[in-house]
Design a protein around this ligand. Structure first.
Ligand code: COA
Length: 191
């Protein structure tokens, strides 16, 4: 799948066109993911982590994400991760459930990257067999609330926090067999 953001959609006047790619991060992307989280401006960092955090906490958090096997999708431009969507399993839940979180660097916010990351993360979550996703933010986070609503998250408010629940349909056969199953006779199985 070509996940490059469409250049044609770039305005003629205004911010530079988006040239990056949405892709799953590899283990070797850890330093780039860590740098991305550390570059978040103070307000975005507070929104992302639901409170004040210092650099040590953020760096250790990034390391833990990779060590504990979270799936992380990135918006990547060149050698930099500039946006991320994380999927963390919640093994204590009886139903296959994961917690999701998002971050887009300030200068790139409000340009559709969060929505693209969200869509890709949902695809990944379905592929992993999760049927429920939680997203937590504070009640004033308008961008996250708009994003969650777009993906039909049922939002509920409790003690200043907004917890969104997204129900996922189980992956269908088309998710596993995207190509015709019967090969033409005579075609080599592998080139
Ligand atoms: C939340 C976040 C990931 C959204 O990323 P983004 O790339 O700006 O998102 P998009 O451009 O795809 O916009 C998504 C929606 O949010 C809305 N939105 C974006 N920025 C907004 C803002 N500052 N105020 C109000 N709404 C905003 C958009 O209009 C869009 O709404 P729509 O679906 O009704 O059109 C980004 O703002 C961010 O990183 N915030 C800091 C970290 C955070 O809050 N993470 C979420 C908690 S885990």
């Amino acid at each position: 799948m070509d996940d490059r953001l469409p250049l044609a959609a770039a305005p003629l006047i205004g911010p530079l066109p988006l040239t990056g790619t949405i892709r799953q991060l590899r283990p070797s992307d850890l330093p780039r993911f860590r740098d991305h989280l550390l570059r978040l401006d103070a307000a975005s960092r507070r929104d992302r982590f639901n409170g004040a955090t210092n650099d040590g906490f953020v760096a250790a958090y990034a390391d833990r994400c990779f060590a504990e096997g979270a799936a992380v999708i990135g918006y990547v431009e060149g050698d930099e991760v500039l946006g991320a969507a994380e999927l963390h399993e919640r093994p204590e839940e009886a139903e296959p459930t994961a917690e999701i979180a998002f971050s887009v660097e300030r200068r790139l916010q409000h340009r559709g990257i969060g929505g693209r990351l969200f869509a890709r993360l949902i695809q990944q979550a379905r592929g992993l067999g999760y049927t429920r996703l939680f997203v937590t933010t504070h009640a004033d986070n308008l961008a996250m609330k708009a994003l969650a609503r777009r993906f039909e998250a049922a939002l509920s408010f409790a003690e200043g926090e907004t917890v969104g629940t997204i129900r996922l349909e189980p992956a269908g056969e088309e998710d596993f067999f995207p190509f015709p199953r019967r090969m033409k006779t005579g075609a080599p199985a592998f080139a």
